[in-house]
Ligand binder design. Structure first.
Ligand SMILES: [Zn+2]
Ligand SMILES: [Zn+2]
Length: 350
């Protein structure tokens, strides 16, 4: 038996479990770790039995809970190398990214303070010597007075902590001296788009998607003769994606926005342009064009996913897809489901 459970889908977080009796994979981790684990349990998928996490691309709605989850469960994360690099860059906040530089600055500051202190000490010494010789010239030296005139430099050296040793804002705190790596993951595995690989008894074929990320992919999962595809976050349906999702029993496909709603909706013009672009998101119409055309009609379930909350209505997406599928929907084929943002979808078992 092969099972797919969409835990969440949409711009606020994406995550789906694909499993067999032996292997349990999480595709994307776009909710917080806590929420992911809660939804997995709710859907009857024990988080502790997860085999691995696979990442489609580094956008926040796909990786939000990734590091915490992978560390907590101590499981491997599969990326393409470019996506992993992009993710690492995202995980390094500016201050931490320039940590070595920052450390250099601190060291240079310390050095300068040390030099200034030594200069001051030298000056004090010279001054006291000058005063001593003056004393000598004017009369017998007073030991105590000489001692007193030397005091400032002695104090600077051995007494109170000098300025450089006092904690300042730049001083690393004990923890910061050895900062935990924000991009640490227990195990990282790389795959290549187009190159198939296996995790447990599930065969995985990643395929490139046209989207504005470092190296975005979709996946086809295959086990026990069942095939399930996930194809979201893509600006259009290029030939390689059309080919990849052939003969699938479950087709999870993006139906992001209604064109008119997006056009008249609240997004700024630049964001509208991004969504509409060839590396943005699939509209209801683009999905319908594929479903009514090249789509082979093989899937038992067509899951419409990554629906925009601002620029789409679930019923609009459903009607558009069902019209495109025309007479091809029945109890065994092409049942249209709508993936949700706020709660998991009923598991699909085949
Ligand atoms: Zn994306
Ligand atoms: Zn997304």
């Amino acid at each position: 038996m092969m099972k797919m459970t969409v835990l969440a889908s949409g711009s606020k977080g994406n995550s789906t479990v694909v499993s067999t009796g032996r292997t349990r994979l999480l595709v994307d981790a776009g909710l917080s770790c806590r929420e992911l684990m809660k939804r997995m349990r709710f859907a009857g998928e024990e988080p502790e039995s997860l085999t691995a996490v696979l990442i489609t691309h580094e956008h926040l709605d796909h990786i939000n809970g990734l590091s915490v989850l992978a560390r907590k469960l101590n499981i491997p994360v599969y990326f393409t190398e470019a996506t992993h690099r992009a993710w690492v860059r995202m995980m390094m906040p500016r201050t931490t990214m320039t940590y070595s530089k920052w450390l250099e600055t601190v060291q240079a500051g310390k050095q300068a303070a040390k030099q200034a202190k030594e200069q001051a000490k030298e000056q004090a010494k010279q001054q006291s010597q000058a005063e001593a010789s003056k004393e000598e010239a004017s009369g017998p030296a007073d030991e105590d007075l000489t001692e007193a005139s030397l005091e400032p430099s002695l104090h600077a050296d051995d007494g109170e902590p000098s300025r450089e040793e006092q904690p300042t804002q730049l001083q690393p705190e004990p923890k910061r001296a050895n900062p935990p790596d924000p991009a640490y993951l227990p195990v990282v595995e790389y795959f290549r788009s187009g190159g198939g690989f296996c995790i447990g008894d599930i065969a995985i074929t990643p395929f490139t998607t046209p989207h504005d990320a470092a190296d975005p992919v979709g996946f086809v999962f295959e086990a026990e003769g069942i095939r399930m595809a996930i194809a979201t976050d893509l600006g259009y349906m290029p030939p390689n994606v059309r080919l990849a999702v052939r003969r699938c029993d479950v087709l999870m496909i993006e139906s992001n926005h209604d064109l008119e709603m997006l056009r008249d909706g609240p997004y700024p013009w630049s964001v509208k342009q991004r969504v509409l672009s060839r590396v943005g998101h699939l509209s209801n119409d683009a999905t319908a064009e594929f479903l009514s055309g090249e789509y082979d009609g093989c899937a038992s379930y067509v899951i419409l996913a990554h629906l925009s909350e601002s620029n789409n209505l679930p019923e609009l997406a459903r009607v558009t897809a069902e019209q495109a599928l025309q007479g091809r929907m029945n109890l065994l084929a092409n049942r249209v489901l709508l993936a949700r943002q706020d709660q998991p979808l009923e598991p699909i078992c085949l």
